[in-house]
Design a protein around this ligand. Structure first.
Ligand SMILES: *Cc1c(COP(=O)(O)O)cnc(C)c1O
Length: 378
């Protein structure tokens, strides 16, 4: 072991203990495929956890977002409003279906969609007589968006919401789980998310017919005949029975993982109290974040930058990561229409994510905090 200590990753997988039991069952029954007891069990358990009538277990969160757009009938020529401050997997599926993203800025407290910017976009499109086909709403780093204001606007203009809750499984807005507010909600079980299936995603809805349709599209959209007959173009997007076995074990410890990640965030705030240049990602009254990643911005006017701090941490064998670069700055999406006042550019310039895994030890956290304190002392 080097003197620096073991490498600390940003958000490594954290098994609960019963995953291998479910995977072993799949082996015992020889259901090593995209069907079987684990896929059905995982879907039922996820639906029951989130309190919706149906869930579809899929190959990835990105696939789930793609199917959510198709389930709402979004297609070529349509516009879809989308949070600009996000990971590219929120926006790409809009292009997969031939639609055009319209990027909406965040607000400075939650870092999520700004209701004022959303209203400006909706008023503009209303005036032009072309109401967007959907709103892709992202809850970043586990923080809930301002649901009341956003839902009121979406309802007023008749725009269905797809919640990209890939980072927000287990987060709540006034007690209600994220992913259950929109027409459709999407979760990711990628290796770095709060729970993982090694790779996977899910789609939930209060409307079971939308979930059923997505599941059908995820299995090549085979018509109901004894032979292979196809009238609709489908996809191979179903989760495997092996992955779903891992997911069943992970779901059993989800609430514990939320508590652990929230504790990691609280510990950072306490350990780094004296570094007054740090502004921690705020959690307003009634908002409950799973704290997927512990993030902060560095106060304006500080001589420290996130990149210099990231290099200090890396030298000490600690991984950290800049906040997402907004979509309106991506070569892929910079030509899209945009509504807002560039809040996310400022967040991107000043923000950093720290190691946030639920398996992080107190001594790991002290090592990280000490490295940050030394960096700020110069
Ligand atoms: C991870 C993530 C996705 C994509 O999920 P995958 O399972 O990796 O395809 C989508 N949106 C956001 C905001 C994410 O963080």
């Amino acid at each position: 072991m080097s003197q620096k200590g073991e490498f600390i990753y940003l958000s490594p997988p954290h098994m609960g203990g019963r995953e291998q039991h479910f995977v072993q069952q799949a082996f015992d029954q020889n259901w090593i495929t995209t069907a079987g007891a684990n896929v059905n069990g995982f879907e039922q358990e996820l639906a029951s956890y989130t309190g919706v009538p149906a869930a579809a277990a899929l190959a990835s969160g990105t696939a789930a977002l793609h199917l959510a757009l198709l389930a709402l009938g979004v297609g070529p020529g349509d516009e879809v409003l989308c949070s600009t401050f996000t990971f590219v997997a929120s926006t790409n599926p809009i292009r997969y279906v031939g639609a055009t993203p319209v990027l909406i800025e965040s607000e400075a407290t939650t870092w999520n969609l700004c209701p004022k910017a959303l209203e400006a976009a909706l008023q503009d499109r209303h005036k032009k007589g072309r109401i967007p086909k959907a709103l892709m709403l992202v809850h970043l780093y586990g923080m809930p968006s301002r649901m009341k204001e956003i839902q009121e606007l979406a309802q007023h203009y008749g725009v269905p919401i797809i919640e990209d809750a890939a980072e927000a499984l287990g987060s709540r807005y006034h007690g209600r789980l994220l992913g259950t507010f929109g027409e459709l909600g999407v979760f990711s079980f990628n290796g770095n998310k709060i729970i993982t299936t090694s790779g996977g995603g899910a789609l939930v809805s209060s409307d079971p017919t939308l979930v059923e349709q997505a599941r059908w599209l995820a299995m090549q959209a085979k018509d109901d005949l004894p032979y292979y007959h196809h009238t609709t173009m489908g996809y191979n997007y179903r989760m495997s029975n092996i992955s779903a076995g891992i997911g069943r074990g992970q779901l059993e410890v989800l609430e514990e993982r939320v508590r652990q990640r929230r504790k990691v965030f609280a510990n950072y705030q306490e350990l780094l109290q004296e570094v007054t240049e740090l502004e921690w990602h705020a959690e307003p009254e009634g908002f409950f974040s799973n704290r997927w990643l512990s993030c902060f911005t560095i106060k304006k006017g500080s001589s420290m930058t996130p990149e210099v701090l990231r290099q200090h941490l890396l030298t000490a064998n600690i991984e950290s990561r800049p906040l997402w670069q907004p979509m309106h700055r991506q070569p892929l999406y910079q030509s899209c229409d945009y509504f807002g006042d560039y809040v996310s550019d400022d967040l991107f310039a000043r923000g950093l994510c720290l190691p946030s895994g639920s398996s992080l030890t107190p001594s790991d956290q002290e090592r990280i905090a000490d490295t940050i304190k030394k960096a700020f002392q110069g």
